[in-house]
Design a protein around this ligand. Structure first.
Ligand code: SAM
Ligand code: 2KA
Ligand code: SF4
Ligand code: MG
Length: 216
């Protein structure tokens, strides 16, 4: 869990947080499709803007912040609460391009667990109950992120990506969930991953199950 030093989440914090705006591409209540929390109903908040720009990214429309409306924290949190979800997943784009303190404090005050999907290439902010780090060679994670990682989820296209996964695993805490995720449009990555995980059982496989289920 990551929390700004010394700041406890209290009931009814400053309502000025409610007025803070974020560029929002989309928000929706669905099933977490990836990683250790696969299968859990979760409210996804997809913030716009990304300076990593992986060529195989499955949500390139999120990259340009200026193409998306700025929405107040109050509105985003109210929609998440109204959905009935108990987990919120903040993703993007690269969500750590934004100061997540207002949004995460208000989500937690309203009883939601807050998870994040990040490349770790910008500084941590906010109050995060679960950090999924998906490191990218295109803009590598900051060293300060590694101590807080709960789950390492590396997208694999070829053998070099498994080497990159191992390098990142060395920097994560000992109890980090280690997962390899096949790049969706590279079927050959599945054989590589299956073979590797059988020989290295400390690693597991993460699949993008929402794409098989045909849910968002
Ligand atoms: C779209 S990213 C947004 C969050 C953040 N920018 C990141 O990369 O972690 C969400 C997750 O989808 C993964 N992902 C993106 N495109 C993918 C693809 N084509 N195949 C498999 N996983 C993909 C990312 O690695 C990340 O774990
Ligand atoms: N269902 C579902 N699960 C997801 N897990 C991570 C996602 C993401 O794009 O960050 C994602 C997503 O887009 N949809
Ligand atoms: S860091 Fe995440 S959002 Fe940005 S391009 Fe890569 S996968 Fe897409
Ligand atoms: Mg996705």
């Amino acid at each position: 869990m990551y929390s700004l030093k010394g700041h406890k989440v209290k009931k009814k914090s400053a309502s000025k947080f409610d007025e803070v705006e974020y560029p929002l591409m989309e928000d929706f209540y669905t099933i977490q499709g990836e990683g250790a929390h696969t299968g859990k109903p979760s409210y996804f908040i997809r913030l716009a803007g990304c300076d990593v720009q992986c060529w195989w990214c499955d949500v390139k429309d999120s990259w340009d912040e200026s193409k998306h409306p700025r929405i107040k924290t109050r509105e985003i949190v109210s929609r998440a609460v109204d959905s009935g979800a108990t987990f919120a997943v903040i993703t993007g784009g690269e969500p750590l391009l934004h100061n997540l303190e207002p949004l995460t404090v208000r989500l937690k005050e309203n009883g939601l667990q807050v998870h994040i999907e990040t490349s770790g290439s910008s500084p941590l902010s906010g109050h995060l109950d679960w950090i999924t780090l998906s490191p990218k060679r295109f803009k590598k994670p900051l060293d300060e992120v590694f101590p807080y990682v709960d789950e390492l989820k590396v997208v694999v296209l070829k053998n070099k990506d498994i080497e990159w996964a191992e390098l990142n695993a060395e920097k994560c805490p000992g109890n980090t969930r280690l997962l390899l995720q096949p790049e969706w449009d590279t079927p050959s990555s599945v054989d590589l991953i299956v073979d590797y995980v059988k020989k290295n059982p400390e690693w597991g496989i993460s699949l993008q199950t929402h794409k098989y289920l045909n849910v968002p």
